[in-house]
Design a protein around this ligand. Structure first.
Ligand SMILES: [Mn+2]
Length: 314
């Protein structure tokens, strides 16, 4: 723990609202950014002495609620949103800030993670993405049951999909399968299961968490994170058990408890390597008295509050 006592600088945070649900099957996630603000996300982070700037919301196309075309719903709208997300995230990282996406559906990870990957290439950092989710989000047009693009961002980021969505970060693939660890997965489509195994994504599913525990799971997911690692967390609220997080469109029973989720965030905080974050799939239209938004803010507090305060060493 002595490394925490060296001279450090606290990294300033930028909140970027991404009010999209064009990638989702159930509308409502477009209201997620404001629900997180109402739940006090700015104050929760600022409380730890971190400078927080709320950049407001990005704008993009509305949800036209159209059926899938060639296996994709709303591909053009998803691409437009993600070009904006990419540019905003890249600018904040370039300015030395830690961007937090207030989502919005999980399609926004296409833009945010492609920007993070670009920043890592430009600065010689290695990338580790921790993907907390009930679903793998690795569908492709040929295996998707719905065409909803929030179930596909992983595949696009690894270079599988139409160029409109794989080329947003200017490099194909944006990331490599070995850059990702998935945690909490418990609902995977059949074709998707084969695809994950084929390209070698490391998945810590709920069966694994049940068998070895969350602490051992997170130790493995964080193994190899070093001083030159940029740690990106993509937190889909449906990762959590629906008993504690009802405000999402795609709940799946059997998710992590409150304490297990907090432990994940605390162990990430302990690394001192968190440099960007997506909070996605919060759907206030399905929530109960904003409890899911408040839970998400609780988890963010653990990401920031526990022991390291987002300190940059040296
Ligand atoms: Mn997801």
């Amino acid at each position: 723990m002595t490394r925490l006592k060296t001279a450090m600088t606290i990294i300033p945070v930028s909140l970027i609202g991404v009010p999209t649900d064009v990638g989702a099957g159930t509308p409502g996630a477009r209201m997620g950014p404001d629900a997180l603000r109402v739940a006090g996300i700015v104050q929760a982070i600022a409380h730890f002495g971190v400078e927080v700037r709320d950049c407001g919301n990005l704008s993009g196309p509305g949800n036209p609620d159209l059926p899938a075309v060639n296996g994709f719903r709303h591909m053009r709208e998803v691409a437009a949103w993600n070009r904006s997300v990419h540019d905003a995230v890249h600018a904040e990282l370039h300015a030395g800030r830690l961007p937090i996406m207030l989502g919005g559906d999980h399609c926004l990870a296409i833009g945010s993670i492609s920007a993070v990957a670009r920043h890592c290439r430009e600065t010689g950092k290695s990338l580790r993405v921790l993907w907390f989710d009930a679903h793998a989000d690795f569908n492709t047009a040929s295996v998707t049951p719905t065409g909803n693009i929030h179930g596909m961002p992983g595949a696009f980021l690894c270079g599988y999909g139409p160029s409109l969505l794989t080329e947003i970060g200017g490099h194909v693939p944006a990331i490599l399968p070995q850059d990702i660890r998935q945690i909490g997965i418990r609902s995977v489509d059949d074709g998707e299961k084969r695809f994950l195994a084929e390209i070698g994504i490391e998945v810590f599913d709920m069966r694994y968490v049940d068998e070895v525990g969350m602490r051992e799971t997170m130790e493995q997911a964080l193994a190899g994170v070093a001083s030159d690692t940029h740690l990106h967390v993509s937190l889909d609220v449906d990762f959590l058990d629906p008993e504690i997080a009802p405000g999402v469109g795609t709940t799946v029973r059997g998710g992590p408890t409150y304490r297990e989720a907090q432990l994940c965030m605390e162990m990430i905080a302990d690394t001192g390597r968190l440099r960007s974050l997506d909070i996605v799939e919060l759907n206030p239209a399905l929530d109960l008295r904003n409890t899911t938004a408040e839970l998400a803010v609780d988890l963010v507090e653990s990401l920031f509050g526990k022991s390291t305060l987002m300190r940059l060493h040296g």
